[in-house]
Every structure is written in structure tokens, then in C-alpha cells.
Design a protein around this ligand. Structure first.
Ligand code: FE2
Ligand code: FE2
Length: 195
């Protein structure tokens, strides 16, 4: 291979790489609906994981930690919907009933979340409460997808423009909530003693 052609290719590859590096990263989500639905999918995955832990008689500390993570993620998701997404949809659709109903479902979920967060450790009561929360969220997500998201898709809404706002608020809320505490030594010891 002629030396010149070889070095030209190297330079071309370098320029290509440099060009790609200079480009801003594409947004993680194309629009608000994809961002919100990614949260739904993640929460669903965690509920399935929780069920697996219960079925396998997994450690109480792991169950508690996962339950608290589920609660925190749902709370943040509900808040960004209530602060940013729902008001925009309410305005665009002029359908108060639809959004009022969604907010009532959020309120129900928040009650269940408060119960779970007040529990001292993972036991049958917590497992039952997580199961109830999963059922509430399943129903809510189904309605949200089939009604709110579907109508929002065809409404006069800047769903793309909403993404940075949602991402920013989500980051803020996650930072405010702080990292979840590691399972307490007491909870771990109790599990070891029970085993
Ligand atoms: Fe949602
Ligand atoms: Fe929602």
C-alpha cells in the first residue's frame, strides 16, 4: 500500500473521530413521553425484581432497600409529571377531568409510598404493601399511556422542548432526596439470626 494513501486514511479517520467528538451528545430522550415511559419501564423492572426477592426468600435488607428505591423513583417521577408535564397537557387539551384523575391516582400511590417508607423493615407487611403499590402503578401507567400520552402526542405541545426541563428537575429532586441509606447493621443481623 502506498505510504501516502495509508497516512491519508489515518488523517481522515482522525478527523472523523475529532468531528464526532466535537458534536454535542444527542439528547438521551427524543421527547417527554419517551423520557417518562423510560421511568415507567424501570419501575416495572424493579417491581419484578422485588417479587423475585420475595419468591426466593431474599434478604430483608435487600427487599427494604429495593422498596425504598422504588418509592423514591416513583415520587420523583410523579413530581416532575405534576410540575411540568401535567400542567402543559391540561392547558393543551383543556381536559381537567383527565389530569384530575391522574393526580388522584398519584395521591393514592403517595399514600402507599408513605406507608412503605414508615415501615421499619421488610416483612410480610412490606411485601404486601409493595404488591399493592405495584398494582396501583400498573393501572395508572396503563391509563397514562392509553389516554394522557396518546392525547398529548396529537396536542399542540412542545414535547421535545420539555425534555431538558424534565431532566433538570429530576436531577434536582434526586439530589434533594439524597442517596438511599445502606441497610442497617441491625436489619442485616436480624436476617442472619433468622437464617
Ligand atoms: Fe407516569
Ligand atoms: Fe403519572
Amino acid at each position: 500500500m502506498p505510504r501516502v494513501a495509508h497516512s491519508t486514511r489515518i488523517v481522515a479517520a482522525w478527523l472523523h473521530q475529532k468531528d464526532n467528538m466535537a458534536k454535542p451528545l444527542p439528547p438521551a430522550y427524543e421527547d417527554a413521553l419517551l423520557l417518562l415511559d423510560a421511568d415507567h419501564k424501570l419501575v416495572k423492572k424493579m417491581f419484578i425484581e422485588y417479587t423475585g426477592l420475595v419468591e426466593d426468600d431474599g434478604p430483608a435488607a435487600a427487599r427494604q432497600q429495593l422498596a425504598l428505591k422504588i418509592c423514591q423513583d416513583i415520587a420523583v417521577h410523579a413530581q416532575i409529571e405534576e410540575e411540568i408535564f401535567y400542567p402543559a397537557v391540561r392547558d393543551a387539551l383543556g381536559d381537567d377531568g383527565l389530569i384530575d384523575h391522574a393526580e388522584q391516582e398519584h395521591a393514592q400511590a403517595k399514600e402507599k409510598i408513605a406507608q412503605i417508607q414508615a415501615m421499619r423493615g421488610a416483612d410480610a407487611k412490606m411485601d404486601a404493601a409493595v404488591k399493592e403499590l405495584a398494582a396501583l402503578i400498573d393501572e395508572h401507567v396503563l391509563e397514562e399511556r392509553e389516554q394522557v400520552f396518546l392525547q398529548a402526542q396529537y396536542a399542540d405541545l412542545d414535547l421535545r422542548g420539555m425534555v431538558p426541563q424534565l431532566v433538570e428537575r429530576k436531577k434536582q429532586l434526586q439530589a434533594e432526596a439524597g442517596p438511599l441509606k445502606e441497610p442497617t447493621k441491625k436489619a442485616t443481623r436480624a436476617k442472619q439470626e433468622a437464617a
